[in-house]
Design a protein around this ligand. Structure first.
Ligand code: NAG
Ligand code: NAG
Ligand code: NAG
Ligand code: NAG
Ligand code: NAG
Ligand code: NAG
Length: 899
């Protein structure tokens, strides 16, 4: 049955001249009206725009369960194999029709569709990252209009394109590994690549209109976008403002008045101009505003200062002084540089540096990699979710996130929050782990995509690096997809896409930010080497991605010295709580089909057990179900310890320069910040935002001041003091040696050191075993003792968490037993929704893990070492809760419980 809904849309305003009238065709403005149906009409439901078919079918109860529940990624795959049609009937009034020009604008269509207005074909879409404007003046009519968007299944569309291309030569990969439970050929569509599955996420090849749709009626032009870039001269900021207008292709000039003003006491700029088109229907005007330096505060990344933003208002008027369009942007003033300068060892050049300078200050980039927050693009920009995830990144002292190339160009909200939180954004273009086609249509579509996205994100001070793709230089060099027999062919495609198509667009649109072709890459050196370096993972150039699941990830000597570690990671499982939301009790075991199903990384679960058993003793449990909570806890410990080890290694690397030129590391972005669903992954934040142990560890290992102990391959104990502060600090370093059976250290030394600004300093070096024996650890010193470090200042003006070092493997400790940890009290804290939790212990306890179970919130520390009889932790609840309720919800475990 097809129900007809006729809507009177009065949701637009028209003035007599000039001003554009917009009629929003999204569901909330129209109060419904959209419908979706499958090819033969057996399903015909109310739909929501912006939205998507999975969400609509779920809302209509045709999908009866949460899409993430158990095996629904497979059970609901039929949805993505259908061809869906979205349709709308809407009314248009005469004042609207009278305008010179009318555009139908789709801000995001996912993905392959034909668009019909009043049964006339007005165009096609095949790139979800592109805004489509269709001129419809001659088709739209007074009264009722019918709009239809006919989607083709993205699975069949991708396959067809692959087959078509393969008539000449195939563009691989031919498919994802079986373990991904995914679909093939995502690389043939300009669609979120992870939508066809990834090694951390399911396949939900979505379809739908995922961003707003509107009709625009105007006499002159519409104001489409405003970009800004601020460059610093000796005494002032030059703010370059580019204003982009769009109009009918037959229009040969547009004249108007262009006005820009800031919300501070500086002269506005107003210019009148008659513009010629940049290309048919596209006009632009540049204004330059000079702002005395002392009138604005600069914008800093998190940890270096405040994130001051200013409001820029841009207004365009036509010759009759009627406003054509008005835009307000929040902008920041900062300079950015990607420094790739020769590293000299005894006057010999040994590679190039690779780091970011903001406002002329070298920044050690600390952070992680961002993936889409939901597999359905229409759900990827939930304000609460994005705010929560990005706030967690900031709370962990991160200053940079890399928006990874297999996901989405994120929402305006995402980048606005990044601006406000001081998170620098390394923005990949959306190409990942594949070869890509380079036919004319594909390249044209990519050109539009890159132009539009660069313009959209341009004004955000947080965005600092553009990168062409994720891992495609490495994939080609290392023959991941069997391209080596035709290397030159695929290399030429690579150059066509990233070097000859994307790069010139980026450089023309944005003169202020660096563009690197790939990640990992050797940067400038890759370019000199013809874009496919001999070794894109070279430690002497650019950035490195590093994964090694067979190495001892708790041993810092296994990691590569690199200029910039842009990916490194170890898996774990999310909490039982998170998994329970999408499973039944019998799913919760390492032997279950469910857990196997959620592990997309080939061999991943075996690796996890191997890594755990390398370091810890996992007690034998009667059944896999009984073992499971402990397995999760151990896997999270392993992940947290591995990434702690790696990250501290990279941070210490800032102060390292080996004789062959390795070191001078200036970035550590672990893989990955967030999760797309509830399953095994490398994330530190679970789907839903809950902090894994790694996230708590990150807040410590990314702290601006850090005492970082390590042991060299020769058995030397070294202690480094690391500082990101821009001033020196006088510090006191305490080193204590404990035996496992006592809360009283057997030795304590105390020394003062100057913590040097923005540097790494080795303050201590001694043979580890000698040191322990001298402290009184006796025979088997490495099994009897551990070291504990604290770094403080007199006035407490640094953030520096305590640190520790285990001299031997944790599975062979002398006198290590389960601690009896009790929750002594829970009392209201100083701020609303904060609580002080006091715990006590009778023994040294490792990886003390508090859980508030049903009470959402975060602890001030978790997974910590307990070396004092009592200890206080603060809890910040995300909802209203009483001390009693929190106390009842709290549970605590530590390592010894499961030994
Ligand atoms: C400006 O106003 C005059 C009448 O006052 C009108 O004829 C003309 O079309 C208007 N121009 C534009 C660009 O709106
Ligand atoms: C309509 O198509 C669906 C799947 O494509 C099929 O399962 C169903 O039987 C069809 N219904 C009719 C009435 O043809
Ligand atoms: C969807 O459309 C494609 C292309 O027209 C066609 O090959 C395919 O059979 C259609 N699938 C269904 C389920 O109707
Ligand atoms: C900026 O200052 C430098 C050094 O003080 C000087 O050489 C240069 O000419 C100045 N540039 C401008 C544009 O004033
Ligand atoms: C450091 O050691 C000194 C001397 O042993 C002691 O007085 C002080 O409390 C210790 N500080 C910390 C933070 O442990
Ligand atoms: C653990 O400590 C609590 C409080 O200190 C005590 O009441 C309890 O008996 C202890 N339990 C064990 C098993 O020692």
């Amino acid at each position: 049955m097809i129900r007809t809904i006729v809507l009177i849309a009065s949701l637009f305003s028209v003035s007599k001249y000039g001003e554009a009238a917009k009629m929003h065709l999204d569901s909330s403005s129209l109060d419904g009206g959209w419908r979706a149906r499958n090819a033969n009409g057996s399903i015909d439901i109310e739909a929501v725009v912006p939205g998507g078919i999975y969400t609509d079918l779920r809302e209509a109860r045709i999908l009866t369960e949460d899409i993430y529940y158990r095996f629904n990624d497979i059970n609901y795959r039929w949805v993505s194999k259908e061809n869906w049609t979205y349709s709308l009937k809407f009314e248009v009034e005469d004042t609207f029709i009278e305008k010179q020009e009318i555009f139908l604008v789709f801000h995001g269509v996912d993905t392959v569709a034909s668009v019909y207005l009043n049964n006339e074909h007005i165009g096609n879409t095949d790139n979800m990252f592109v805004r489509y404007s269709f001129p419809v003046k001659s088709i739209v009519k007074l009264g009722e209009n019918t709009l239809e968007v006919q989607f083709e299944s993205s699975i069949t569309a991708a396959e067809r394109r692959y087959e078509q291309q393969a008539l000449q030569y195939p563009v691989p990969p031919t498919c994802v590994p079986d373990e991904y439970r995914g679909e093939c050929h995502a690389n043939h569509l300009r669609k979120m690549q992870a939508s066809f599955s990834w090694d951390w996420g399911p396949a939900f090849p979505s379809a739908g209109i995922w961003k707003n749709v509107e009709l625009e009626a105007f006499d002159v032009a519409v104001l489409r976008e405003v970009t800004t870039s601020a460059t610093l001269t000796n005494s002032s900021w030059l703010l370059q403002i580019r204003i982009f207008l769009e109009t009918g292709e037959q229009i040969l000039t547009v004249s108007g008045t262009f006005d820009a003003r800031l919300d501070i006491d500086v002269e506005p700029v107003t210019e009148t101009a008659e513009l010629l088109p940049d290309e048919p229907g596209q006009f632009s005007k540049t204004l330059t505003m000079e702002i005395p330096k002392d009138k604005v505060e600069v914008w800093w990344p998190n940890g270096f200062g405040s994130q001051k933003l200013y409001t820029l208002s841009v207004t365009v008027r036509d010759d009759n002084e009627t406003v054509i369009g008005q835009v307000s942007l929040r902008i920041g003033f900062r300079t950015i540089e990607l420094v790739q300068e020769p590293i000299l060892v005894q006057e010999e050049v040994r590679g190039l540096s690779f780091y970011v300078k903001v406002n002329n200050v070298p920044i050690f980039s600390k952070g992680s990699n961002w993936i889409p927050s939901h597999i359905l693009p229409e759900k990827s920009a939930e304000p609460d979710v994005i705010n929560d995830l990005l706030s967690s990144a900031k709370a962990a002292h991160m200053n940079m996130l890399r928006v990874w190339g297999g996901g989405l160009y994120e929402s305006d909200l995402f980048y606005r929050l990044a601006d406000e939180l001081g998170l620098l954004i390394w923005q990949d273009f959306m190409f990942a782990c594949s070869m890509y086609p380079t036919n004319r249509e594909f390249l044209d579509s990519v050109t539009k995509e890159v132009t539009q996205q660069v313009r959209r994100l341009h004004h955000h001070p947080s965005v600092v690096i553009w990168a062409g793709n994720n891992e495609n230089e490495a994939a080609l060099r290392d023959n991941w997809y069997g391209t080596s027999t035709d290397f030159l062919l695929y290399k030429s495609d690579y150059i066509k896409l990233y070097v000859d198509t994307i790069r010139p667009v980026v450089l023309a649109e944005d003169t202020t930010r660096p563009f690197i072709v790939s990640s990992p890459t050797n940067g400038i050196q890759s370019e000199l080497d013809g874009y496919i370096a001999e070794d894109p993972y070279s430690p002497l150039y650019g950035d490195v991605h590093y994964y090694n699941y067979l190495a001892d990830a708790w041993n810092p000597n296994t990691y590569p010295n690199t200029r910039f570690a842009s990916e490194y990671g170890i898996q774990s499982f999310p909490s039982l709580k998170t998994l329970s939301l999408v499973s039944i009790p019998s799913d919760l075991s390492m032997q279950s089909e469910f857990i196997d199903h959620r592990q997309h990384h080939p061999g991943g679960n075996d690796e996890l057990r191997y890594e755990i058993e390398q370091h810890m003793k996992l007690k034998k449990y009667e059944t896999p179900e009984e073992e499971f909570p402990t397995f999760i806890y151990f896997a999270q410990i392993n992940q947290a310890m591995s990434i702690k080890t790696a990250t501290e290694f990279y941070r210490r690397g800032r102060g390292l320069l080996t004789s062959d030129g390795q070191g001078v590391t200036m970035g550590a972005l672990y893989w990955q910040l967030n999760d797309i669903w509830q399953g095994a992954s490398w994330a530190s934040l679970e789907f839903g935002g809950r902090w894994k142990m790694l996230q708590y560890f990150a807040r410590n290992f990314f702290a601006p001041a850090l005492v970082s102990p390590s042991v060299t391959p020769a058995g030397e104990l070294e202690v480094h003091l690391i500082s990101d502060y821009l001033e020196d600090k006088e510090t006191l370093l305490n080193v204590s040696v404990y035996k496992w059976d006592s809360l009283t250290p057997i030795s304590q030394t105390s020394n003062t050191y100057t913590l040097q600004a923005a540097s790494v300093k080795k303050v201590f070096s001694n043979n580890l075993l000698d040191y322990l024996r001298d402290a009184g650890c006796g025979q088997d010193a490495e099994k009897n003792c551990f070291l504990y470090f604290s770094l403080t200042t007199k006035n407490g003006d640094i953030t520096s968490p305590d640190n520790f070092l285990f001299p031997g493997p944790l599975k062979e400790l002398t006198n290590f037993e389960a601690a009896n940890i009790t929750l002594t009290s829970v009392t209201p804290g100083t701020d609303a929704n904060t609580f002080e939790i006091e715990i006590s212990t009778d023994r040294v306890a490792l990886f003390v893990w508090l859980e508030a179970n049903d009470v959402a919130g975060e602890f001030s520390d978790n997974g910590f070492l307990l070396v004092t009889p009592t200890w206080k932790v603060e809890f910040t609840a995300k909802t209203d809760v009483t001390s009693d309720k929190l106390k009842n919800a709290l549970t605590v475990v530590s390592l010894g419980d499961s030994y």
